[in-house]
Design a protein around this ligand. Structure first.
Ligand code: FRU
Length: 479
């Protein structure tokens, strides 16, 4: 295999995914649609391409596909790093912040206090406000606004709740080490009152981070609205390292009650297949949704990386990108409501024990994305996907549960970019996101079957951007 570093010619910079031009990024923060613009803030090191100096970077888009990098929005200082959080539009100026003329955007972020601070070693929630549509930000003088004297209290997601008990701001945040989501309310974004907590439950193999809570109509029926609580955890994801689980249930304005809790989180031999995952791949983390997205859409973005090897991925001068923006909805599937996305390609199984596609191949290497019908599994194998040497934990083949549709077929949609693939099976009921680092000449797409045959009656390739995809003859492999 040719050595590929990405350093010389930046061959891995995505065409469709957001990445900062020259610097490091991780979690999406402060996602909001405001005045016709989608704002994507994010954990950013403005001074380097590894984690550190955590500040909020900023990008804007009108179509959720092409993004423009903006100046750093909230910069770390001697006393605090600016960890993850969210932004609300304070339409009626409940906070009293702003310039007195324009209703402010208010950011609620985690202050991670440094050694020079009197609060060193703790994390608390703070505010900053913007009166110019999210370009420039001023920290609130009274920060922090919510302090539990905890070292691991972070990642506030704030939204406006309107329900039978009233209309107020709700914050979900984590006590990360305790595997708990804590829920608070406020009338003015400055004074917060404890409401309840949720957890531990289901997956607890790592710290809980970056929660979100939002309603979704079941099968499009507003009368049957459920609430979804998402919690990212690291490590302990479904295929190693970082991952995101979700719970479906009810929020009454005070407490979240889950209908999908299977265990109390104390099990050391947990069956991860029994839980619900936002994505089964290894590179979809810290996912959160936009506030105020138009037409009631629930749009979610994840950090397309994994803390296991994230700092070592072979890209330069930038490092890490965001996932594509995904629309989340809730459908009944075998009795279970699940988020869905969009879809295209079909396979009909025959005698093959495994079949699927090899993407970004060069005739020798490639990434295998397939189905093992007798095991009811979707598989993604990146053990010979290109540059795998940069970290021991990277090369891997991993799977997710996947049953055929009611007519016995399987459908897959793949979004392939210069260093990633996002796979959506069966209308997005199962998704799998993986980074890959193939050579720039690895653009071959092949169908394959192992140990027998399978049919692909429909295969549509849409070229949205470089690199070109060349379709090869189907491969029939034997064991
Ligand atoms: C998740 C996370 C958050 C924290 C941020 C720091 O990836 O660890 O919990 O706020 O990253 O960059």
């Amino acid at each position: 295999m040719t050595a590929i570093s990405g350093r010389e010619d930046d061959i891995f910079r995505p065409a469709l995914h957001y990445t900062a031009k020259n610097t490091w990024l991780n979690d999406p923060n402060g996602l909001i649609y405001h005045d016709g613009i989608y704002h994507l803030y994010y954990q950013n090191n403005p001074f380097g391409n590894v984690w550190g100096n955590m500040s909020w970077g900023h990008a804007t888009s009108v179509d959720l596909i092409s993004w423009d990098e903006q100046p750093v929005a909230i910069l770390c200082d001697a006393e605090e790093d600016i960890y993850s959080g969210s932004i609300v539009f304070d339409q009626y100026n409940t906070s009293g912040l702003g310039n007195g003329q324009t209703a402010p955007l208010v950011a609620i972020y985690t202050s991670a206090y440094k050694d020079s601070s009197a609060r060193r070693g703790t994390q608390a929630q703070s505010l900053a406000w913007s009166s110019d549509g999210g370009c420039t930000w001023t920290k609130y003088q009274g920060n922090p606004v919510l302090d539990r004297n905890s070292a691991d209290f972070r990642d506030p997601k704030v939204f406006r709740y309107n329900g039978p008990p009233g209309s107020y701001w709700v914050m979900v945040a984590v006590e990360a080490e305790e595997h708990k989501v804590v829920i608070y309310s406020s009338d003015n974004l400055r004074d917060w009152h404890y409401l309840s907590s949720f957890g531990p439950a289901n997956a607890t193999g790592g710290v809980w981070e970056c929660p979100d809570l939002f309603p979704l109509p079941l099968d499009g029926d507003e009368e049957q609205t459920k609430w979804i609580l998402t919690v990212n955890l690291n490590p302990g994801g479904p295929n190693g390292g970082s991952g995101g689980q979700y719970f479906v249930g009810h929020f009454d304005g005070v407490a979240f009650t889950s209908e999908t809790t299977v265990t109390d989180g104390s099990s050391r031999t947990a069956d991860l297949d029994a839980y619900h995952w936002l994505d089964w791949g290894r590179d979809y983390y810290a996912a959160v949704s936009f506030n105020n997205a138009p037409d009631g859409r629930r749009l979610m973005v994840g950090w397309m990386n994994n803390w296991q090897y994230g700092a070592a991925i072979p890209t330069w001068p930038w490092r890490s990108s965001m996932s594509l923006v995904r629309e989340i909805s809730l459908v009944t599937n075998q009795g279970q409501p699940r988020p869905v996305e969009i879809i295209e390609v079909t396979f009909i199984p025959e005698s093959a024990e495994e079949f699927g596609l090899i993407i970004r191949g060069n005739g020798t290497n490639g990434t295998r994305i397939g189905i093992r019908p007798s095991e009811d599994r979707l598989i993604m194998d990146r053990t010979s996907s290109g540059n795998i040497e940069f970290h021991d934990a990277f090369a891997s083949a991993y799977t997710a549960p996947l049953k055929p549709t009611s007519d016995g077929s399987y459908t897959l949609t793949l979004f392939i970019d210069h260093c990633s693939v996002e796979a959506f099976a069966h209308d997005g009921q199962v998704t799998m996101t993986g980074l890959i680092f193939p050579g720039s000449d690895s653009n071959l797409l092949s169908l394959y079957a192992i140990g027998g045959t399978a049919t692909a009656p429909c295969l549509e390739v849409k070229r949205l951007a470089e690199p070109p995809v060349r379709i090869a003859e189907p491969l029939v492999m034997s064991r």
